[in-house]
Structure formats: structure tokens, C-alpha cells
Design a protein around this ligand. Structure first.
Ligand SMILES: [Fe+2]
Length: 270
């Protein structure tokens, strides 16, 4: 019997799943054996068993030293937030995937969409989404960040929000009105071809609605409590004024424009 998930074919012979083969420590990347057909997998597996998968996803490091965001985000906060919370999502996800063959081999984005399951999430969803959200969050910041975007991104923000200051006010307001734990995002909406600010609860990620994320801010208490206690407003303002990596957002925007044409409609000339 053959079936597929995440665009990958799986097969079974008699009662056994023919297999995920070998150990993969690759990050967010399908095992190369997924591209083999069932017969090839079977031959490989028979020659190499018993083998054990020891890891599916790894904990990706922030793209700067752990003290590089001081004094705005302390090394202690990042050590705890990245090393413990983010690390724990990775570990728990790997344990869950070890029990669920059908999900093995998905990229992290595929895994998020499949396990969201149209709003009726599978158990793996929260950890998968939180791993992605945190990888994205670390890359949403940079040392000497803040200021304002430039060039086309600034023009698009001005077009969709009126001005950069208006965007800034709306983003801060959205962050401060996240109920409980969650995230605030700047996204590009594919169908409407415009930027928007969205809030999500817990681990939910705009990928599940087919939005393209450009920037996110973690509004879970673990993100700010050590540095700012309950002063969420200070945390959010510091993020906007000193930490946002507009360079990173511009790179994401350029990539997004491969999928969404933000230019004027092209009117055919007879
Ligand atoms: Fe977090």
C-alpha cells in the first residue's frame, strides 16, 4: 500500500512500514532517502538494519552572539528563552515525530500546515509551530536594529498603513492587546496583495492562513519577564526602536515578491 503526506510517498509491506532509513541530523530538510521509491528503500533497509533515527530537527542558533542584543535583550533572557524554551520545543517535537512515521520527512513549514489540520490541530502542531516561530523571531532582530525600513519596503508600509509612524503605533497596539500568550506579526497577504498586522494565540502561525510572515514579536511572558517584568509596553517599544532587523524584513519581502506581484496591474496593450 502506498500513501503520501507532505508530498512524500510512503509504502508498507505486509504489516510493516517501509521505513525511514538512517539517522538524519539535517535541519528542516527531508532525508535524502525520501526521494527513493519503495523498492529502493526496501533494498537499502534490508542491507542496513537495524538503524535508529536519532534526530529530526535541530536547535538553530540565533544569528548573533547571545549577548549581542544587550542592553535591550539580556544574554540571560536569550539563554533561557532560546536555550531552554525554544530547545524544549525542538526536543518535544522530535519525540512526537519518533512515534508518528507519517509525518517524518516534512519540512517544518509543511509540518505546520499538515498538523494545523484546518484548525483542528494534531498534537505535533504546537511544538512544530513554536520551533518555526522562534527561529523566525531570532532572525527578526539584530544588534543596532530599530530605526525604520528604507526603499520599497518603506513605500509599501506607507501605502498600506499611511505612514511608518502609523504602522509603528498599530504594531505596538496589536502587541499590547494580545490576550494571554501569543505573537504579533507583520505579514504580506497573498490575495489582497497588501501588508497587514495580525495577532495569533499560543503557537498559531500565519502560514496556516497562507499569509507570508515578514516580522514577528514573541508576546509570551518568557520573552520579556526577566528584563522587563510586567512592563510589556517597554518591551514592545524597545523591540521596535532598537531591535527590529529591517534588513531581515526587506530580505523576506524580496523573497515574498517572487510569489506576490505588488506592482501596478499590467494592462495589455492591443
Ligand atoms: Fe518564546
Amino acid at each position: 500500500m502506498i500513501w503520501s503526506a507532505c508530498g512524500i510517498n510512503f509504502c508498507s509491506s505486509s504489516s510493516n512500514l517501509v521505513p525511514r532509513i538512517g539517522s538524519s541530523k539535517l535541519l528542516n530538510r527531508p532525508n535524502k532517502h525520501h526521494y527513493l521509491d519503495c523498492k529502493q528503500k526496501t533494498n537499502l533497509y534490508e542491507n542496513r538494519r537495524p538503524l535508529k533515527v536519532v534526530a529530526y530537527y535541530g536547535l538553530r542558533s540565533p544569528p548573533y552572539k547571545l549577548n549581542a542584543l544587550e542592553p535591550y535583550m539580556s544574554q540571560r533572557t536569550i539563554e533561557m528563552h532560546w536555550g531552554e524554551h525554544h530547545g524544549s520545543y525542538v526536543d518535544t517535537l522530535n519525540k512526537q515525530l519518533a512515534k508518528n512515521d507519517i509525518l517524518y520527512g516534512c519540512t517544518l513549514e509543511e509540518l505546520i500546515k499538515v498538523t494545523y489540520n484546518n484548525g483542528n490541530p494534531l498534537p505535533e502542531f504546537n511544538n512544530a509551530a513554536q520551533v518555526w516561530n522562534h527561529d523566525f523571531f531570532w532572525e527578526s532582530m539584530q544588534p543596532d536594529g530599530g530605526n525604520s525600513p528604507i526603499l520599497g519596503l518603506l513605500q509599501q508600509i506607507e501605502k498600506d498603513f499611511g505612514s511608518f509612524n502609523s504602522f509603528r503605533v498599530k504594531f505596538i497596539d496589536a502587541a499590547l492587546t494580545v490576550f494571554g500568550s501569543g505573537w504579533v506579526w507583520l505579514v504580506l497577504k497573498r490575495e489582497e496583495k497588501r501588508l497587514a498586522i495580525v495577532k495569533t494565540s499560543n503557537a498559531v502561525n500565519p502560514l496556516v492562513w497562507n499569509d507570508i510572515p515578514l516580522l514577528n514579536l514573541d508576546m509570551w511572558e518568557h520573552a520579556y519577564y526577566l528584563d522587563y517584568k510586567n512592563d510589556k509596553a517597554k518591551y514592545v517599544n524597545v523591540f521596535i526602536n532598537h531591535l527590529v532587523s529591517w534588513n531581515g524584513v526587506m530580505t523576506r519581502m524580496a523573497r515574498a515578491q517572487a510569489f506576490v506581484n505588488l506592482g501596478e496591474p499590467k494592462i495589455p496593450v492591443a
